[in-house]
Write a protein that binds this ligand. Structure first.
Ligand code: PBG
Length: 331
């Protein structure tokens, strides 16, 4: 269809008033689009994270209150990340499979307080538990071993499911891990535990503040380029997504977020599956620093950036701004 020419067509007509703009609005942002990542600490007090102004690590005893706040604001799901004490980190990340680790205790607190009223998404990868900060087990040369890692990730996923996790979200980028985890969940009776695959996860420079938050920045030598994707590649992202869906993922994620919205759009157009994106720590910090430096009004920057994810095709976003954004949307 072609529009009749100007002046019969004046695209500004529908923009004239607020009510009219509301009528033709194509995309809406809602608190139910948001997933709130929360960091958990073994300490007894909230620990502000220097590189993420406004974000803290929470002790297990305070985590249920955060989940309750999220639920009150209409957020359907929280995502948990542990800052494992240094003495519990090891070569093979054994703490990841401890049924009494920080993650499992935090899941228990939230389930006790909120029951089925809010979802809990848990990250599967070994980096918060390894002494070298890589997401898997490494050989003598520092190469992350795929199949050895997958067998530990399966145990980690079962440990989280056992503790009450609702959505298992593997962020490690090993080949074959979605299928292995799905099979193990089925075999052990966790048939309704979902898998959200970090399907197209890039070796990005935007993860720095997160590594501070989980305490792996100082430990990590080198990079994650032998398993996370090259930021230059888009077709490869579609192959990753195809594999993860074939292996049983209920939903897929693109990560980071804003610099990768072209990937979101291509995935959304190609596959019939819910697509999520992670607005990562470096993006959060960039928006906060930008607002402080005069890039724009902070709340408006937050909401516009999240709306862009919806417009690109996301079903939802993981964002550290989730609680603030939900409250803005509610007010
Ligand atoms: C761990 C993991 C990372 C993030 C989520 N899960 C970091 C990494 O891969 O190094 C990053 C999230 C963020 O930057 O907010 N596998």
């Amino acid at each position: 269809m072609t529009d009749p020419a100007y002046p019969a067509t004046r695209l500004r007509r529908t923009r004239t008033t607020a009510w009219s703009r509301a009528m033709v609005r194509e995309t809406r942002l809602d608190p139910s689009d948001l997933i709130w990542p929360l960091f958990v600490t073994d300490g007894d007090e909230a620990e502000p994270i220097a590189s993420m102004p406004g974000v803290s690590r929470w002790p297990v005893e305070m985590i249920a209150d955060r989940a309750a706040e999220a639920r009150e604001a209409g957020i359907p799901c929280v995502a948990l990340f542990p800052n494992t004490p240094p003495d519990l980190r090891s070569d093979r990340g054994d703490e990841a499979v401890n049924p009494d680790n920080l993650m499992c205790r935090a899941i228990g607190e939230i389930k006790d307080a909120c029951g089925e009223d809010i979802g809990i998404l848990t990250d599967v990868a070994l980096d918060p538990y390894t002494s070298h900060g890589q997401d898997g087990v490494v050989d003598g040369g520092g190469y992350v071993l795929n199949d050895d890692t997958v067998s530990i990730l399966v145990e980690q996923a079962l440990n989280q499911a056992q503790a009450g996790a609702d959505i298992i979200a593997p962020s490690d980028m090993m080949d074959g891990r979605i299928g292995a985890i799905r099979h193990a969940l089925e075999d052990d009776g966790y048939t309704n535990v979902q898998v959200m695959a970090y399907a197209a996860k890039y070796a990005s420079a935007f993860y720095g503040p997160f590594r501070d938050a989980v305490g792996s920045r100082g430990l990590l030598k080198g990079d994650k380029k032998t398993y996370q994707m090259d930021p230059a590649n888009a077709e490869e992202a579609l192959r990753e997504v195809a594999f993860d869906i074939a292996e049983g993922a209920d939903s897929v994620m693109v990560k980071p977020g804003m610099p990768y919205l072209d990937i979101v759009r291509r995935v959304k157009e190609r596959f019939e599956v819910p697509v999520f994106a992670y607005q990562v720590s470096g993006e959060y910090t960039m928006i906060e620093a930008g607002a402080a430096a005069g890039s724009g009004e902070r709340d408006a920057l937050v909401l516009e950036s999240l709306l862009a994810f919806k417009r690109a095709g996301c079903s939802g976003m993981l964002t550290y701004h989730a609680l603030d954004a939900a409250r803005l949307l509610n007010s």
